[in-house]
Design a protein around this ligand. Structure first.
Ligand SMILES: CC(=O)[C@@H](O)[C@H](O)COP(=O)(O)O
Ligand SMILES: NCC(=O)COP(=O)(O)O
Length: 250
């Protein structure tokens, strides 16, 4: 029987509620309202990515989430001075450091940790001292995971974007290779004492093999759920994701 590390948590990413809001400016749809519905539907946490260009989540959303959430906030941000100040002001439960390129459509690949080891070690130290769990959004790459461990991160979040893209494109051999890498690296990170999370691009069709990885403790899922909520409502979309995740671990 598979020994799972613990109950698999679902973090609901509400960024793309803000994407729709920002398409017109104004106040709706409100990502904080979405976060509260997600909480009621059983989300174990809320994830929000304050991008440097504020293309979706804005500063006021983070203020409101910090005030109004009853579940932990996983605050995704680039490793910049500005973001460090914001994180230190709010002290969210978790800070996930992600790579950002201004022109990208979405987060491409994982953070380059190995080449920036010293800089990142100094960067995350005050966040850890402030009580935030520091997580690194990372590719399934042993060298990067070892570096994340050395800089003192407590958590890694494996980037599942390539695995999901290959699935969507019907490139099943490449998908399976990526899944094998994610499987091996989840076990490797766990052996170093890192807590393992995963996310990006996950859907009902792709979540099962990732949820079944015994070391994975948390999945962060957003874009698909917000899209699916157009058709079935946010709470039912989340409930269904929870059901599929739980079935993967039964
Ligand atoms: C880092 C990450 O995976 C999430 O923040 C998600 O990608 C939503 O943000 P973007 O779509 O702006 O990348
Ligand atoms: N860190 C991944 C995340 O928060 C959600 O990514 P996505 O489901 O919006 O692609």
């Amino acid at each position: 029987m598979t020994e799972f590390k613990g109950k698999l948590r679902l973090g609901v990413n509400i960024d793309h509620v803000a994407t729709v809001r920002n398409a017109r400016g104004g106040a709706y749809p409100d990502p904080v309202r979405a976060a509260k519905i997600a909480e009621e539907a059983g989300a174990d946490g809320i994830t929000a990515h304050l991008r440097e260009d504020r293309r979706h989540i804005m500063d006021a959303d983070i203020d409101a989430l910090m005030e109004q959430l009853s579940v932990p906030l996983n605050f995704e941000m680039a490793a910049t001075e500005e973001m460090q100040k914001i994180a230190l002001r709010h002290k969210p439960h978790a800070v996930c450091i992600v790579p950002e390129k201004r022109e990208e459509r979405t987060t491409e690949g994982g953070l380059e940790v190995a080449r920036e080891e010293n800089k990142l070690a100094h960067y995350i130290a005050p966040l850890r001292d402030a009580g935030c769990r520091v997580s690194i959004f990372i590719a399934a790459d042993k060298r990067q995971i070892e570096a994340a461990h050395r800089i003192g991160a407590e958590v890694i979040e494996l980037h599942t974007g390539a695995y999901c893209d290959y699935h969507a494109e019907g490139r099943f051999d490449e998908r399976d290779k990526e899944l094998a890498a994610l499987t091996e690296m989840a076990a490797f990170a766990d052996s170093l004492g890192l807590e393992v999370h995963a996310g990006h691009g996950l859907t009902y069709d792709t979540v099962t093999p990732i949820a079944a990885l015994p070391q994975v403790m948390e999945l962060n899922i957003g874009h698909f759920l917000i899209g699916e909520s157009i058709f079935r409502g946010l709470a039912p979309a989340i409930t269904e994701m929870r059901r599929v995740m739980d079935a993967a671990r039964a």
